[in-house]
Design a protein around this ligand. Structure first.
Ligand SMILES: Nc1nc2c(ncn2[C@@H]2O[C@H](COP(=O)(O)OP(=O)(O)OP(=O)(O)O)[C@@H](O)[C@H]2O)c(=O)[nH]1
Ligand SMILES: [Mg+2]
Length: 198
């Protein structure tokens, strides 16, 4: 199932609908609502257009997809939550998969929690943030699709996010997969975590 991408810089390790293997390498997870832009963000991070499948139909990714980046760390594309048309059983399956993943004995260095800054704070974003904090996992909230907002609206949306979710400076970042805004900063934040000694 493994597949080399970008001339071997990135290795697709597989799609795991149940048990996600622990591979003894630092890991960074990408989490967030369905359609928030997780796969697009991951593709930008690895520099491969279609490494993770981007879809305009929410709720497509129902497994955890693992990518190994330059022999350095693993990026995990988590399935999105909060898609209303998903049956209850599928939603519960999501919860079990993600909870199992987060509770696993893995070297999880950072969870990127992608949030659309145009939405009201609360719901499953707030719940996930709460459980990540409770589990003492380092979180970076990434406000996505910033290109959809004017510069000024973007700034105030970020300020509102910081306030509503009680985020410190280093816990929030703006991002646009479309334009590439925030990409360098995001890469730096990941690198710092991957390089840090545990
Ligand atoms: N304008 C704009 N559109 C974006 C951006 N990021 C993602 N999109 C679009 O949003 C839609 C969903 O993107 P995905 O990356 O598939 O979102 P996802 O979070 O992986 O969705 P699921 O896997 O279904 O949970 C697609 O139509 C993307 O093209 C962005 O930064 N700006
Ligand atoms: Mg996706």
């Amino acid at each position: 199932m493994k597949r080399e991408l970008a001339g071997g810089r990135v290795l697709f390790l597989g799609s795991f609908p149940k048990e996600v293997p622990v591979l003894g390498m630092p890991e960074v997870a990408v989490a967030g609502r369905s359609n928030v832009g997780k796969s697009s963000c991951l593709n930008r991070l690895v520099g491969v257009r279609q490494a993770a499948r981007v879809s305009s139909t929410p709720g497509r990714t129902q497994a955890i997809n693992l990518f190994q980046v330059q022999e350095r760390y693993i990026l995990a594309d988590l399935p999105g939550y909060g898609f209303a048309r998903v049956p209850e059983a599928v939603q519960q399956g999501w919860q079990a998969l993600v909870e199992g993943y987060l509770a696993g004995d893995r070297d999880l260095r950072l969870v990127l929690l992608l949030i659309d800054p145009r939405r009201e704070a609360g719901g499953m974003d707030a719940e996930l943030l709460w459980s990540l904090r409770e589990a003492r996992l380092p979180v970076l909230v990434v406000a996505t699709k910033l290109d959809k907002l004017s510069r000024q609206k973007g700034r105030s949306a970020l300020a509102r996010l910081a306030r509503d979710y009680h985020l410190s400076r280093g816990e929030l970042m703006g991002f646009s997969a479309l334009k590439g805004d925030g990409l360098d900063e995001l890469k730096k934040a990941i690198d710092a975590r991957v390089k840090a000694r545990k």
